[in-house]
Design a protein around this ligand. Structure first.
Ligand code: NCD
Length: 430
């Protein structure tokens, strides 16, 4: 025995939560014998415990641990049941999460990091097929969902745009969804209408993930954004409770900020500054939901007023494609998040985020490229986190998260140590 007999027995009694009398009865020995085994080794009365008792106690403690684990999971159930929508394994909105379930979810994303960072491979989704149905423009969301599924051993079928889909021939969401369910084991859907992905989900029993429904929600983006904030804060020694988050840009049509604001509100005592041009303010129903949870919300149209003291600046693009009547081509120059305003208003440990794509066209005044070599710019750490987070989404919805750890094998090829030539020194290191 590597630990002393005394420590071993005391630990067993503590874990089983038993008194000496009851413990002696449980292992079938006299209380007096147990007392002598529990004495320090130097004591006159000390007796060595027979090896068979050692094995028996070890077995009881291990069984009890398993029973406790079983009782706990029976009480709380698998994560996919706790985050289910309408009783089905789907991810439609961040409203499906509590703080406990989102943190449990992130521990699963952590387990995916060695795979996402190309150190390990896994085949837990071997044989499964993902239908990636994107009826609206996308690069990173579509590819990262596909790559995440492939990195768990599954395969992906893609379809992009309305023009090449049967929806252009007038097919209903119900028919499309039911037909696809016969072909694939999970679907990720992006669609220009709010609520449309929920309609897809009602027509199937296979897992459905909302990859963005018009100006509605983008839950996987919010999950990877929150995961990034927590990872960055842990590097900086900061807590999310009580932090100051500035959301900047088109907060009216930007679905990423809708989902992110709601998800962040699961934490405590946050201060949000919502900085948007006039007419593009965060919808009231989301602000109301967040303020009932006791957070401070301030609204302004000025970066200079809203940014001072922020721990996170989350910039977004003008969602021009969703405008019916508004005449906004881009942000005015004074609304651009760039190095000068970040230096003027924030400290050295602020983090600057953006869901991407950045609109780099002249006159757009989206997040400036002059922060590209600034380690405070977290946008590529953020996009890299899309892979472990989306792997975790599939693992949970398909119920394989418990198999990942034991399925890991070393990669056979040699990936570069740093995937981006301008990555900061701490990129990819937790
Ligand atoms: C966002 C989206 O599609 O909502 N992009 C993304 O998924 N990362 C943001 C945007 O298009 O501006």
């Amino acid at each position: 025995m590597s630990v002393s007999q005394q420590v071993f027995l005391r630990d067993a009694m503590r874990r089983l939560n038993l008194t000496r009398d009851v413990f002696a009865g449980r292992i079938g020995v006299k209380r007096r014998a147990l007392d002598t085994w529990l004495l320090p080794e130097g004591s006159q009365e000390y007796r060595a415990m027979p090896e068979v008792v050692n094995r028996f106690v070890t077995e009881i403690v291990e069984n009890e641990g398993l029973l406790q684990k079983y009782a706990q999971s029976a009480q709380t159930g698998p994560l996919r049941n706790r985050i289910a929508a309408e009783g089905k394994p789907q991810l439609l909105s961040v409203d499906q999460f509590t703080r406990e379930s989102v943190e449990e979810f992130f521990r699963i994303a952590d387990q995916m990091q060695p795979i996402a960072r190309r150190q390990k491979v896994s085949r837990v989704l071997e044989g499964a097929v993902l239908g990636n149905l994107f009826f609206e423009a996308s690069t990173r969301t579509r590819v990262s969902f596909g790559a995440a599924f492939c990195r768990l051993g599954g395969s992906v079928c893609d379809t992009t745009g309305f023009t090449f889909s049967s929806m252009a021939k007038g097919e209903s969401i119900y028919d499309t969804s039911r037909v696809m369910s016969g072909y694939v084991d999970a679907m990720v859907i992006r669609h220009p209408e709010k609520g449309s992905v929920a309609e897809f989900a009602r027509a199937t029993n296979i897992p459905v993930v909302n990859g963005g429904d018009g100006p509605g929600e983008h839950p996987s983006q919010a999950l990877l954004d929150l995961y990034t904030i927590l990872t960055e804060f842990s590097r900086l020694g900061k807590l999310l409770d009580g932090a100051h988050i500035a959301l900047v840009g088109d907060l009216k049509y930007g679905r990423t900020v809708h989902s992110l604001l709601k998800l962040l509100s699961l934490y405590r005592g946050l201060k949000f500054t919502l900085i948007s041009p006039r007419g593009l303010e965060m919808p009231d129903y989301i602000q109301d939901q967040v303020s009932t949870r006791g957070h401070v919300i301030e609204q302004t149209n000025s970066l200079e007023k809203g940014l001072p003291g922020a721990d996170v600046i989350y910039a977004t693009r003008v969602q021009k494609e969703r405008f019916a009547s508004e005449e906004i081509e881009g942000y005015t120059p004074d609304f651009q998040v760039n190095k000068a305003i970040v230096d003027q208003c924030c400290g050295p440990d602020v983090i600057v985020m953006h869901p991407l794509p950045r609109d780099s066209r002249e006159g757009a005044n989206d997040l400036s490229v002059d922060l590209n070599h600034d380690p405070r710019l977290a946008i590529f750490r953020q996009t890299d986190n899309g892979i472990p987070v989306r792997m975790a989404i599939f693992a949970v919805l398909l119920g394989v998260e418990g198999l990942v750890q034991h399925s890991l094998r070393d990669v056979t090829w040699s990936p570069p140590t740093h995937i981006g030539p301008d990555d900061s020194v701490f990129h990819g290191i937790d």
